[in-house]
Design a protein around this ligand. Structure first.
Ligand code: PAY
Ligand code: ZN
Length: 301
């Protein structure tokens, strides 16, 4: 079969390049790699991910998404590194089926490349034409909160209703479809060097908080072992701020996925969201061992 083009880590790839890379993988390795279109954004860009599996019956499943926030450019390379590792290593595919979505908000990601580097939200229209977009990470259908329903310019505008964004309903409904087999949900964001666990709407500990902390700590330890970067393991609400309708809480609370996290990668650049391309390689080199340690812990417990 044809050798697929490779993901690169010395510059930021466009969404189209990432999609072509996944298309090449599923063409080169049709028995293990399958492209999945979860939705089309309102501007028409495809929300495209990949399932990587040996086809073993009855296996558990793992989920990783990146760049649901457009400006968080350091995140897709981590999803691409996961894809590279799982394509290369059949043993990883015998552990579980892997679902990886490198650009969860492609309309926004493209806009952050062409027009506004620090765009966060989707690109769906609002009644105020000066302020389009909804925060996809406030739009999931779990404890969704309208907040100020006309605050369209807010970076955390949650939309007119839960799942108003096609990206979010596409991803969320797919997660519910595979929820019976899904044991780990990871949303990869930047920045903050944190491993956040549910919930975002309360500091009350969830029933398996000890497991969530233990698995998160195994991951943080593996990251720190590479180059000394310290990730803290915290409840979302106490480690950051209160959130409603976030993806990790949806996976945990609606999907009953036992282990759900939001990773905040390292920051960089002028605003934290724009690390120079020279940081891509060190970040993926330290975070992949953290992902592997997390997966190993989750599958063993
Ligand atoms: O589940 O607690 C959660 C999500 C927290 C993130 C969010 O607000 O959606 C945290 C922010 C993010 O990665 O989007 C943090 C960054 C630094 C920001 O934009 O404020
Ligand atoms: Zn984010």
């Amino acid at each position: 079969s044809m050798k697929p083009r490779e993901a690169v880590y010395d510059r930021y790839m466009s969404c189209q390049e990432i999609h072509h890379y996944m298309r090449d993988l599923s063409a080169a390795y049709p028995e293990i790699a399958t492209g999945i279109i979860f939705a089309n954004g309102t501007e028409g860009h495809k929300v495209k991910g990949i399932k990587i599996s040996n086809g073993n019956v009855g296996q558990k499943a793992l989920w990783f998404d990146c760049a649901i926030h457009a400006r968080e450019w350091i995140t897709p390379p981590v999803c691409l590194r996961i894809i590279d590792e799982v394509i290369a290593d059949p043993a990883l595919r015998d552990l579980a089926d892997w679902y990886i979505l490198p650009v969860a908000n492609p309309d926004g990601y493209n806009y952050s490349i062409t027009t506004d580097r620090f765009w966060r939200k989707t690109r769906s229209p609002n009644p105020d034409p000066d302020c389009p977009g909804t925060d996809p990470n406030r739009n999931f259908d779990f404890l969704w909160d309208a907040g100020n329903p006309t605050d369209y310019c807010s970076e955390v505008y949650p939309g007119t209703n839960a799942f108003s964004e096609p990206e979010v309903s596409g991803i969320g409904n797919f997660i519910l479809d595979i929820a019976d087999s899904l044991v780990l949900y990871v949303a990869i964001h930047s920045y903050g060097e944190q491993i956040l666990y549910p919930y975002g709407h309360t500091v009350e500990p969830v029933p398996n908080v000890d497991q969530l902390i233990a698995a998160g700590t195994a991951s943080a330890d593996a990251i720190a072992a590479v180059a000394g970067t310290t990730y803290t393991v915290e409840n979302s609400a106490s480690g950051l701020y209160f959130t409603y309708g976030a993806s990790d809480d949806f996976a945990y609370g609606r999907g009953a996925v036992q282990y759900a996290y939001t990773f905040e990668l390292s920051g960089g650049g002028s605003a934290g969201f724009d690390p120079p391309a020279s940081l891509i390689q060190p970040v993926v080199d330290e975070v992949w061992p953290g992902i592997k340690a997390l997966v190993d812990y989750v599958l063993a417990n």
